[in-house]
Design a protein around this ligand. Structure first.
Ligand SMILES: [Zn+2]
Length: 260
């Protein structure tokens, strides 16, 4: 049984290179074979990529998250285009819209940054990793027109079935995180129950979104298994069988070959 973590902030989990490599090794011991490392800013990406360049099984997304909308960094578009040529870059992101925190003060700057990322993903023919908080309507309206051909992953999925049904008509995967395990997450659990299995992946979102029964602790990559367990209960399938499907779905979402 193997797991694929589609979204972990390894650079936020640990600062130090050796500690980061150790976090990856510990996750592997717990059967998390592949991890996509996510950064919010390009300077974080540059540091984390250099630290993990030799770490087998670690892939990377590159982009500027909505948290950085006020200051995406000097020459940020050129830098993304340059970094995307490096080895084991599998996606653009995370990017998207966050109207809960309203980074940047208003919606328009976030929408602009998101649109530029969608263009870059199309240009590079890479999938996009999408953050959404309280912005579902705008997000879908944009994706219906602008989702790049390689599609995307709705990360840390937190919307209801009405949203999911609309999103299903697009080339999107739904990535569930630790919040799926919470008792009060009925709406997300309903989505997880109803979706076609081949559209589902999972993520740790470490160091955030710690699943039950570890809630209150800092999240670890290996805790992703709790999300997988909850998903297997919701879908009434064996964990082994489910994890095989999730693993295959993740490889497909990032266009990775079966034997990596
Ligand atoms: Zn994240």
């Amino acid at each position: 049984m193997l797991f694929f973590d589609t979204h972990a902030h390894i650079g936020l989990l640990q600062d130090d290179k050796m500690e980061q490599l150790l976090a990856v090794q510990l996750a592997k011991v717990k059967k998390v074979k592949h991890i996509v490392s996510i950064c919010n800013s390009l300077s974080d990406f540059e540091k984390t990529y250099a630290n993990l360049e030799s770490a087998y099984g670690v892939y990377h997304a590159v982009g500027v998250s909505p948290t950085e909308v006020a200051n995406p960094g000097r020459d940020w578009e050129e830098r993304i285009l340059l970094h995307a040529k490096k080895e084991r870059i599998v996606a653009i992101g995370e990017t998207g819209l966050d109207y809960y925190h309203m980074f940047g003060g208003d919606k328009s700057a976030q929408v602009e940054l998101f649109l530029r990322h969608l263009d870059i993903a199309k240009q590079l023919d890479l999938p996009i990793i999408i953050h959404n908080r309280n912005a579902g309507e705008d997000l879908l309206n944009i994706l219906e027109k602008k989702l790049p051909p390689k599609g995307g992953i709705l990360h840390c999925f937190g919307e209801d079935w009405a949203f999911a049904k609309r999103a299903l008509s697009l080339n999107l995967s739904f990535s569930f995180a630790g919040n799926l395990t919470f008792k009060n997450s009925r709406a997300i659990q309903e989505v997880a129950h109803n979706l076609p299995l081949d559209r589902i992946v999972i993520e740790s979102e470490a160091p955030f979104m710690t699943p039950y029964p570890y809630k209150g602790e800092r999240n670890k990559i290996s805790y992703i298994i709790e999300t997988a367990k909850t998903l297997s209960e919701i879908r009434e399938t064996y964990l082994e069988e489910l994890s095989e499907s999730l693993y295959a779905n993740s490889l497909r979402a990032f266009s990775l070959p079966k034997d990596v």
